[in-house]
Design a protein around this ligand. Structure first.
Ligand SMILES: [Zn+2]
Length: 220
């Protein structure tokens, strides 16, 4: 049986060498948008920065950053059961966490087929290098855990989710909305996995309407 303790990084190596994990409370957002549980922390982490600045029904969306300070990062991790120590997050560690988020967002912004071997991949590799995972023999199985033992240890799970998502072939479905005024990360559940917008009824329609107007103006 898997350990269901909320405060564990629970990454187990299955017989087929894929990695799976459990034990982390999933956010309402990831549930609402049916993001697979095994990518939920990655999804939430990437979307902790909200740069949306479009107007919807006459209301301007307010941008925000859930990780505005070391204290906010600590609270964010605590809510997800990713805080394993009472040690404080230092300013340097905070910068390390933000670097990981920046790299993750840049990577997800790339089209899946362009993600390999480009600058975004190199930047992500560099950021992930600060969150190594180690294999550990447990009573019932081999498991991976973050090698860090400081206040940022729990963020190693984000790296584990990147790896696991890639192994399972679902990471390519985690994308960033193509609308410049949105840039929300979303999980593409469409059969052909060709969605470009987080919500076709919002960003998709807005872009199509704008394109139509511009084309119309060009003809006129
Ligand atoms: Zn969008």
């Amino acid at each position: 049986m898997l350990d269901t303790s909320k405060n564990s990084i629970l990454v187990s190596i299955a017989v087929n060498h894929q990695i799976c994990f459990t034990g982390v409370e999933m956010s309402k957002q990831s549930r609402k948008f049916k993001v697979p549980d095994e990518l939920a922390n990655l999804y939430d982490f990437a979307n902790s920065l909200d740069v949306r600045h479009f107007t919807h029904h006459g209301v301007q969306h307010v941008q925000g950053d859930e990780l505005g300070s070391p204290r906010e990062l600590s609270a964010w991790m605590s809510r997800r059961g990713l805080l394993f120590t009472s040690a404080k997050i230092t300013p340097a560690m905070f910068e390390t966490a933000l670097q990981l988020r920046t790299s993750v967002r840049s990577y997800l912004q790339c089209d899946p087929v362009e993600r390999r071997n480009n600058a975004a991949a190199r930047s992500l590799n560099q950021a992930m290098g600060l969150f190594p995972l180690v294999a550990e023999a447990r009573s019932d199985r081999m498991a991976l855990r973050g090698a860090r033992d400081d206040a940022l240890a729990g963020l190693s799970l984000v790296v584990a989710e990147l790896y696991d998502g890639s192994v399972k072939g679902i990471l390519d479905r985690l994308k960033m909305c193509a609308a410049e005024e949105c840039r929300r990360v979303f999980f593409d559940r469409s059969k052909p996995a060709t969605r470009r917008w987080c919500m076709s009824t919002l960003c998709g329609n807005r872009i199509k309407t704008r394109t139509y107007r511009e084309r119309h103006r060009g003809v006129g």
